[in-house]
Design a protein around this ligand. Structure first.
Ligand SMILES: Cc1cc2nc3c(=O)[nH]c(=O)nc-3n(C[C@H](O)[C@H](O)[C@H](O)COP(=O)(O)O)c2cc1C
Length: 255
C-alpha cells in the first residue's frame, strides 16, 4: 500500500467488521453496491486462478424464507438440543450485561438469532441473501482460460474451492462493511447434507458439479455494532519453529 494512512484504514476495517444480524429489511441494497461487493469477492486468490465460484443473489422472499427456516431448525437442533446450556453460557461470557447474555442464549436455543436469514421485516431480516456456490468436481474447469487444463479431477480437490470460496466471501464481507452495509456469513443451513440437497434444488444448482457452501446476508444495519466476540492475541495462537513454542514479538506498535 503506497499511502501509510491506507494501511491504517484497512487494518481498522478488518478489526471493525462484525456480524450484523439485524437489518432495515425494507431498505433495498442497490445493484451498484452489490456489483462492487461481488467484484471485490472475485479479487480473492484461488489456486491456479481457478476462480471456482458462482454467486446466487436471492431476493425472492419465499426462497429466502425456506433457507432461513432450515437455518432456524438446525440451530434449534444444535443449540436447543445438542449443546449443553453451560457450554453456551461459557461461550457468551464476554457479553457483560446479563440481560443481553440471557437474551442471546434464548435466541440461540429458540433459533431466533438466525431468523434474519428469512428476510422478513418482523424479525429485521436481511433484504439480500448471497449464496456462494463452489465447484466440487473438476475444479477449475469452469474458468474459461483454464478449461481443459486446470482442475484435473481428484487432484484439484474440493478443498481448494472451499478455501478459495472462503476468501471470496471474506472479501465480500469487508467490501460490504466498507460501503456502510452490514453482513453476516452463515453456514448452519448448509451444514447438513439433506439441506445442501434441498437448497440446491430450490436454486437449480447443478449438483454434484457445483455445491452451495455458505451464505452472506446483506443489508443496512438496524443498529451499529461496535463490539464482537473477543479474539485470541497473536501471542496466544502463534508458535515459532515448533508446536508449543510461544512467540514473544520483540516489538509492537499500537496501530
Ligand atoms: C464458516 C462460518 C460459519 C458461520 N456460520 C454462521 C451461521 O450459520 N449463522 C450466523 O449467524 N453466523 C455464522 N457465522 C458468523 C460467526 O458467528 C461470527 O463471524 C463469529 O462469531 C465472530 O463474530 P464477528 O464476525 O462479529 O467478529 C459463521 C462464520 C463463519 C466463518
Amino acid at each position: 500500500m503506497s499511502n501509510p494512512d491506507d494501511s491504517v484504514l484497512m487494518l481498522n476495517l478488518i478489526k471493525e467488521r462484525h456480524a450484523i444480524r439485524d437489518f432495515k429489511t425494507n431498505q433495498p441494497v442497490s445493484d451498484d453496491l452489490l456489483y462492487k461487493i461481488i467484484e471485490a469477492g472475485g479479487y480473492a486468490p484461488s489456486a491456479e486462478n481457478q476462480q471456482p465460484w458462482r454467486v446466487i443473489i436471492v431476493r425472492d422472499r419465499a426462497k429466502q424464507r425456506r433457507i432461513g427456516e432450515l437455518a432456524v431448525l438446525r440451530t434449534i437442533e444444535l443449540f436447543g438440543r445438542i449443546t449443553p446450556r453451560q457450554e453456551i453460557e461459557r461461550r457468551l461470557e464476554y457479553v457483560e450485561a446479563l440481560p443481553s447474555r440471557e437474551r442471546t442464549i434464548d435466541w440461540l436455543i429458540t433459533g431466533r438469532r438466525f431468523e434474519y436469514i428469512k428476510g422478513e421485516p418482523k424479525t429485521d431480516g436481511a433484504p439480500i441473501l448471497l449464496v456462494l456456490v463452489v465447484e466440487s468436481t473438476h475444479v477449475g474447469n469452469s474458468q474459461p482460460t483454464l478449461r481443459g487444463t486446470g482442475g484435473v479431477y481428484g487432484w484439484s480437490s474440493l478443498r481448494h474451492s472451499v478455501i478459495a470460496g472462503s476468501m471470496f466471501l471474506q472479501n465480500c464481507w469487508l467490501a460490504a462493511s466498507a460501503l456502510g452495509l452490514g453482513a453476516c456469513v452463515s453456514s448452519v443451513q448448509l451444514d447438513h447434507y439433506d439441506d445442501v440437497r434441498e437448497i440446491s434444488e430450490l436454486l437449480n444448482i447443478p449438483q454434484p458439479h457445483w455445491t452451495p457452501i455458505m451464505c452472506l446476508a446483506i443489508g443496512y444495519p438496524k443498529y451499529p455494532r461496535t463490539r464482537g466476540p473477543p479474539r485470541q492475541t497473536p501471542e496466544e495462537i502463534t508458535y515459532v519453529d515448533s508446536w508449543g513454542q510461544n512467540w514473544q514479538p520483540k516489538e509492537k506498535s499500537s496501530t
